[in-house]
Design a protein. Structure first.
Ligand code: NAD
Length: 250
């Protein structure tokens, strides 16, 4: 894929308003498994995908208990950003990165040093909890302390409602303010990087189409095929931890 990498490098070199759309694949090299890759959580355990709908979470105490236990053990709490996250920080330092639109909930872009105002968390964050009834937002660690102390299905301390991590499950709406910000960034970029995403979850995946429709070239860097490969200017399949640093060094 040397010619593809060269082409991608030239595109990055010539761009000044870059927008990156990132997915779980940018964090696998930090030890957080993706969903649909070869080592993905759902590839290995297809039943888990069925339990990720908001209706199951609301209906079933058992699903909530399992979710809190899984949250306690989430590798994201101990993960460090990898060279792909750091390459995006470097692109921002060069003044050429407008925004990171991330489907990830792990906070690794911010941990790496990307500007808080540049990171748009399309699917929320695992760092907070939200009450599904009164919208009370708390630090996740507060709730996890309660789980550790024996509350298997902690309730909202204000209204008694169901608590959930501040992440977007299937069946939940994306925050309209967040999706608007993301669309505005996609429509005005001069290069879209789609990084480590299977591009199968909407509306996030549609951001690639918005950028391409507005005339921006698109680089898709992803280990496996995506539905948008035909629309991309260049497709790169190598691991992101190698690809991205080589794309941003001037
Ligand atoms: P996905 O699992 O559907 O796709 C990830 C893609 O990344 C796969 O196609 C895989 O082949 C590719 N990939 C994996 N490691 C790679 C690497 N090192 N280099 C290049 N490509 C690599 O994930 P998605 O597209 O982000 O969408 C699904 C949902 O997963 C999102 O809603 C997101 O919220 C959620 N998710 C987030 C995290 C996280 O926060 N780290 C982890 C798992 C899932």
């Amino acid at each position: 894929t040397a010619p593809e990498l060269d082409h991608a490098r030239r595109l990055v070199d010539g761009a000044s308003r870059i927008v990156a759309l990132t997915g779980a694949g940018i964090s696998t090299e930090s030890g957080i498994p993706d969903f649909r890759g070869p080592q993905g959580v759902w590839t290995k355990n297809p039943a888990a995908e069925k339990l990720s709908h908001i209706d199951d979470y609301v209906a079933s105490r058992e699903v909530r208990e399992l979710s809190w236990q899984a949250r306690l053990d989430h590798p994201g709490w101990w993960a460090h950003p990898n060279s792909a996250h750091l390459a995006l920080v470097e692109l921002e330092r060069q003044g050429r990165l407008e925004a990171i639109l991330t489907q990830n909930i792990d906070g690794l872009h911010q941990k790496a040093g990307s500007g808080e105002h540049r990171v748009v968390e399309l699917h929320g964050t695992m760092a907070d909890t939200l009450c599904l009834s009164c919208d009370d937002r708390r630090d996740m660690q507060e709730t996890l302390d309660r789980v550790r102390a024996g509350e298997s299905d902690p309730e909202c301390e204000i209204c008694g409602g169901i608590l959930k991590s501040a992440t977007v499950s299937f069946g939940q709406m994306l925050d309209p303010v967040v999706i608007e910000r993301a669309q505005a960034a996609a429509v005005s970029c001069d290069l879209m990087l789609a990084l480590g995403s299977s591009l199968t979850v909407h509306p996030a995946a549609g951001l690639v189409e918005i950028a391409a429709g507005a005339g921006a070239p698109v680089i898709i860097a992803n280990a496996s095929e995506t539905p948008y490969d035909d629309l991309a200017t260049v497709v790169v399949r190598d691991p992101l931890g190698e690809v991205l640093p080589s794309l941003v060094s001037r």
